[in-house]
Ligand binder design. Structure first.
Ligand SMILES: [Zn+2]
Length: 187
């Protein structure tokens, strides 16, 4: 799906899109005119030799709401994990996972830096599907990173049994390093 957010009139009096919001691989992207003199877009006589007539880039849900209002999101799919990662860290999931993997390869703990970028809990676990978060409010988003640098998005569901308490995340360094990870306590 794509949605024209704004339009302008070109030299011939045609109304053309100037901003288009679309979703690709689960990520919201904004297409915008870069050159308002572009010959390609019938806006002027610029051949756009050293720049692009238009470009598109990923945008956070919040940026879309701030710039265009929440109505702009009507009709789009609910935020995917990729979108929630981008919304939290401002980095595309694939790039972030590469950075996380490299950090672990060189023995650096990337989680403190991630925590500075978001208010959401960021925890280390090899098996995110086995974690429970009894202290967190239902609906809370939690980012779980494993030793291969993979990041998964967990939404806390309903009330959770205290008996299943696993890793209550310790936000101090050096938690977040694979060798220091607290394994999930399963009964
Ligand atoms: Zn141009």
């Amino acid at each position: 799906m794509e949605k024209v957010i704004s339009t302008i009139e070109n030299q011939y009096g045609d109304v053309i899109p100037s901003s288009v919001l679309f979703q690709e691989d689960g990520l919201l992207r904004l297409w915008e005119i870069n050159c308002y003199s572009s010959l390609h877009l019938n806006l002027g006589n610029c051949y756009c030799e050293n720049h692009l007539p238009s470009y598109d880039y990923p945008v956070s849900t919040n940026d879309v709401i701030q710039r265009f209002g929440s109505d702009a999101l009507d009709g789009f799919d609910a935020p995917s994990d990729a979108q929630r990662i981008f919304d939290a860290f401002g980095i595309e999931a694939e790039e972030l996972e590469t950075a996380l993997r490299v950090a672990y390869q060189i023995g650096a703990n990337p989680l403190p830096a991630l925590r500075k970028k978001t208010n959401a809990p960021v925890v280390f676990a090899e098996e995110p599907e086995r974690l429970t978060f009894p202290e967190e409010e239902p609906g809370t988003t939690i980012f779980v990173v494993n030793g291969r640098g993979e990041i998964s998005v967990v939404t806390v569901e309903g009330r959770q049994e205290a008996a299943n308490i696993s890793t209550e995340p310790d936000l101090d360094d050096p938690v977040g390093m694979p060798e220091l990870a607290i394994p999930a306590q399963l009964d």
